[in-house]
Design a protein around this ligand. Structure first.
Ligand code: NAD
Length: 424
């Protein structure tokens, strides 16, 4: 099916009936009838595929798959598939993307997709001699690493460098080798772990020590994605609003209790795209939070400031270890479909999109918190969850939601009372 629409700016998307939304996205991304059916099936993963993916499988569990609209990243419009269970996130991303598409839109960039593999060496009799020997053997070690993954090398990736560190620890000093590997379109954990394991015997020979761990680091600080944006002050409610957002960010950057929640808001967006595209979201979370603490204190992943024109400037930079091959990215049919909707052709492009979504999500939270507070936007959805929990079904849901909001007390006991009364 040829793709019919190129703009992601879609007003009233949320008001369209579900079928119409699917049709629009299918047209946008050129989805086949089979792919449309896959979305409609509500889960998209067969029991056989699930059984191959992990162990002790009993079944599958479905999450909502939504699409954030309005995104323009590096001049290109994108619809963003998001999978998560939390209300308001998709709406907030779409809203902010609408403000962020003005002017230059969101600009995003990324480093090379370089991951770090760690090799821990214990009991080296002479640390200095071991360091020297490893340094001299670097070309041989890199070649040995690359022999493990000719496919990665063929695609332009492979082992790039070797760094030797001495780490003081509770059990004394140890040598820690960092193997830097360009993983191209793979997240790279398997690729890097295989390389580290292959180097171990040679490392023992060279150092006279004993290799213990050989494993990727999730602090992927050589694989960074960055998104930047300028949002007009007037679109946010004027200079006072811009100052408030900067003050809210400054609070988070200065106080880890707030920074954790600030960064959680960023991860709402990042992880939702990660789930839709079957990334290792634990790896992303670990990388993000470790990176936020890299200076010895846990800080924000983003920065917000005011420019000379009184506009808001936002920058997000974070590790983004994502892949288009490997893991479940190719084996999960919905993930393949989500990547098609996104229209990304490399893992670095995906990482840039995810940084842009994280930045939008972050601003949405900051704006809500500095303006009406977070609960107002959540109220209707929260009320809906409560009345469903209290047993409302069908038409009764809408009536119970209205009654609960009207009551001014969005609480479970009130929801139960209202549902009981309406059921009569
Ligand atoms: P993988 O080994 O399944 O696939 C990567 C391989 O695909 C590459 O090594 C390469 O040989 C090949 N390939 C084909 N085309 C490529 C291209 N264009 N670019 C790059 N490689 C290409 O997967 P992986 O990415 O090495 O590992 C990811 C998996 O490892 C995830 O499932 C993750 O959950 C898991 N894992 C994570 C950790 C961790 O994060 N700590 C540890 C262990 C395993």
């Amino acid at each position: 099916m040829a793709s019919g629409r190129r703009s992601s700016r879609i007003s009233g998307f949320y008001k369209m009936p579900l079928e119409e939304r699917v049709g629009l996205v299918a047209d946008y991304a050129g989805l086949t009838q089979e792919e449309v059916e896959l979305i409609r099936s509500g889960g998209g993963l067969s029991l056989e595929a699930a059984d191959r993916m992990i162990e002790n499988v009993l079944g599958t569990m479905a999450y909502p798959l939504g699409v954030a609209v309005n995104f323009r990243i590096n001049g290109r419009d994108r619809l963003i598939p998001m999978v998560l269970e939390e209300p308001s996130v998709v709406a907030a991303a779409s809203n902010m993307a609408r403000l962020m598409r003005e002017g230059e839109g969101i600009r995003a960039s990324s480093s090379d997709p370089v991951m770090i593999g760690q090799i821990q060496v214990l009991d080296a009799p002479d640390m200095e001699a071991a360091r020297r020997a490893l340094g001299e053997a670097k070309p041989r070690l890199l070649e040995l690493a690359n022999q493990q993954d000719p496919v990665l090398v063929k695609f332009g990736g492979g082992a790039r460098d070797l760094e030797i560190r001495v780490v003081e620890s509770e059990v004394g000093a140890m040598i820690v080798i960092h193997l830097l590997v360009d993983c191209r379109d793979a997240m790279g954990a398997n690729a890097v772990n295989t390389m580290c394991e292959a180097l171990a015997p040679v490392v023992e020979e060279l150092t006279g020590g004993r290799v213990l761990l050989r494993i990727i680091s999730n602090l992927a600080d050589r694989r960074l994605a960055r998104a930047e944006v300028v949002v007009r002050g007037e679109d946010l409610g004027g200079e006072g609003s811009v100052d408030d957002i900067v003050a809210a960010w400054a609070f988070a950057d200065a106080d880890p209790y707030r920074a954790a929640t600030h960064n959680k808001g960023i991860m709402n967006g990042v992880v939702a795209v990660a789930l839709a595209t079957a990334q290792d979201h634990r790896a992303l979370e670990a990388g993000a939070h470790a990176y936020a603490a890299r200076g010895g204190r846990y800080r924000t992943l983003s920065r917000w400031s005011k420019n000379e024109d009184g506009d808001l400037v936002g920058v997000l930079e974070m590790p983004m270890a994502v892949g288009l091959v490997g893991g479940a990215t190719r084996s999960h049919p919905v993930a393949r479909l989500a990547l098609k909707v996104l229209g990304v052709s490399t893992a670095t492009e995906l990482s840039e999109v995810m940084a842009a979504v994280g930045l939008a999500q972050n601003l949405a939270a900051l704006r809500a918190l500095t303006q009406e507070g977070i609960q107002r936007g959540h109220m209707r959805l929260h009320a809906r969850n409560l009345v469903v929990m209290a047993g409302a079904e069908g038409d009764l849901i809408g009536m119970a939601v209205e009654a609960l909001i009207e009551s001014g007390e969005i609480r479970f006991d009130r929801a139960q009372e209202i549902v009981r009364r309406l059921k009569g």
